[in-house]
Design a binder for this molecule. Structure first.
Ligand SMILES: Cc1cc2nc3c(=O)[nH]c(=O)nc-3n(C[C@H](O)[C@H](O)[C@H](O)COP(=O)(O)OP(=O)(O)OC[C@H]3O[C@@H](n4cnc5c(N)ncnc54)[C@H](O)[C@@H]3O)c2cc1C
Length: 456
């Protein structure tokens, strides 16, 4: 596979579509809306998905078509029974042929590699495609259920088990960090530290247990020393109060250096009715105490499992809230409003979404602010590996003058079984994103037609 062969020499036209907002793109409250948007540069011709090498393109077409169809649920059930199977015929852990087939298909599409060498190659492939960098997470997640702790064990044996899970998580996370270079992101899921973390997070403890605290300090020290960044994933609501408190403590400690910007980013889930207020509170705290906020903004992946009444009633409301937060931050305003000249903290925003509309609005507003010399904040955008390539590739290769946000791809690494377990969990969490997958499938079919017809 040589992505360079198909890499477009010029920025794609979609970049300019992404950068040119429709007149309705920004809400009427945005001062930016009243300023004429700069006309797009001469439009180059290369469609974004043409950058995908043939093999990756065909795999993408196949998987996205399945994911967007009624076959999705039966396929997930089959995959789950294979991954959980003890049968020598079906289990990827026991049958090398099954392992090979899954590796060359599902795994290669969604995952970065089983070891350092493979991951580094995938990271390089991403850079060759024009991505600014990657976010990398370890697919192995410790057993995160408190009820899995054997209650018949002695207190010492139980503690030993809890500590072992934290240590394994820390080692895996530090190993993941070593595969990354400067400017790339490490993804950390706190419940991954095992039952001790789950217990403390679900109790709402505002500080982590000492062993987890030490592990987090070691991880963040290493991240800062390497010039990378770390983001803390958002999880189910039961954990989120404590995750926010732990993340704020980390931001307070590691986001002091003005020159380098925030090392730690916390994740905010725009589908939560409380998200705007939470973010507003953290921004005010950052301003008051003099540290920088790292904001990774998602819509939220746990709608099927969480208290529904705490989530916006409709998708449209979630979308509106997401775009409102993006717009507020980029224009350096508190999302709950306030005086226009209020001091605003140093903020870095990562727009983590497959929604082309939201991403396009964010990019357009950012570029508009930069081109017109208006105050803004650093913005980056990113999507998961194997997902929404038409959105990601539509923006890569943008202006090198810093007026276009950097585009990242979020990767997971680990053994075939670890990654398949991880993918199955993510597929269940993300079932509500099916409409988006249909958009990607449509874009891929358009690209298939373009390649078949031999269009340029
Ligand atoms: C790089 C990256 C990192 C991520 N990290 C996290 C993370 O740390 N924590 C996390 O929770 N998620 C995370 N996600 C997943 C994310 O929260 C979304 O589930 C997923 O990206 C789909 O949302 P979208 O913005 O891509 O767009 P869309 O596909 O347009 O939106 C789908 C989302 O809209 C919301 N929604 C759907 N139906 C309704 C409804 N009826 N009412 C209200 N809201 C509705 C849900 O949040 C749903 O996931 C991440 C996603 C990406 C791309």
């Amino acid at each position: 596979m040589n992505p360079k062969v198909l890499w477009p020499k010029r920025p794609s036209p979609l970049l300019y579509q992404l950068l040119t907002p429709p007149t309705t793109a920004l809400s009427s409250s945005t001062p930016a809306q009243h300023v004429p948007f700069p006309p797009p540069s001469p439009t180059p011709k290369t469609p974004p998905l043409s950058a995908l090498p043939t093999k990756a393109f065909l795999r993408s077409l196949l998987f996205t078509s399945v994911m967007a169809s009624p076959l999705m649920m039966p396929c997930l059930s089959i995959l789950k029974s294979m991954v959980d199977s003890q049968s020598i015929l079906l289990s990827p852990a026991k049958n090398p042929l099954v392992n090979y087939l899954l590796r060359r298909t599902v795994y290669d599409h969604f995952c970065a590699g089983v070891n350092e060498t493979e991951v580094r190659r995938t990271v390089q492939d991403m850079k060759d495609l024009g991505y600014k960098g990657v976010i990398l997470g370890y697919a192995r997640e410790s057993i995160a259920k408190v009820e899995d702790i054997d209650q018949t064990q002695s207190a010492e044996a139980k503690q030993e088990g809890l500590d072992r899970a934290v240590d394994e998580w820390k080692q895996g996370t530090l190993r993941t960090l070593k595969m990354l270079g400067e400017g790339n992101y490490l993804a950390v899921k706190l419940t991954g530290a095992g039952p001790a973390a789950v217990e403390a997070l679900s109790r709402g403890d505002l500080t982590p247990p000492p062993r987890i605290q030490e592990a987090m300090t070691e991880i963040c020290d290493a991240v800062a020393a390497q010039g990378s960044r770390v983001w803390i994933d958002a999880e189910q609501q039961i954990f989120q109060t404590a995750i926010d408190a732990w993340a704020v403590d980390l931001m307070r400690k590691y986001n002091q250096n003005e020159a380098n910007g925030p090392v730690v980013l916390n994740t905010y889930q725009a589908y939560l009715k409380s998200s705007t207020a939470t973010l507003n509170t953290h921004l005010r705290l950052a301003q008051k105490e003099g540290w920088a906020m790292g904001v990774k903004l998602v819509r939220g992946a746990y709608i099927a499992h969480d208290h529904r009444d705490r989530i916006h009633d409709t998708k449209a409301e979630t979308d509106q809230n997401y775009d409102h937060i993006v717009e507020s931050l980029i224009t350096r305003q508190y999302p709950l409003g306030g005086q226009p000249d209020q001091p605003f903290p140093t903020v870095r925003l990562f727009v983590a979404s497959h929604n082309g509309e939201s991403v396009r609005k964010a990019c357009a507003l950012f570029r508009h602010r930069m081109v017109n010399g208006l105050p803004a904040i650093p913005v980056e955008v990113g999507q998961l590996q194997g997902m929404a390539d038409e959105v990601s590739l539509g923006m890569v290769g943008g202006a090198a003058d810093g007026t276009v946000p950097g585009v990242f791809k979020c990767l997971a690494w680990g053994s075939t079984e670890e990654c398949l377990h991880f993918l199955l969990r993510r597929a269940v969490e993300n079932r509500s994103g099916m409409q988006r997958t249909r958009d990607t499938a449509r874009a891929l079919r358009g690209e298939a037609w373009r390649r078949w017809a031999g269009e340029n």
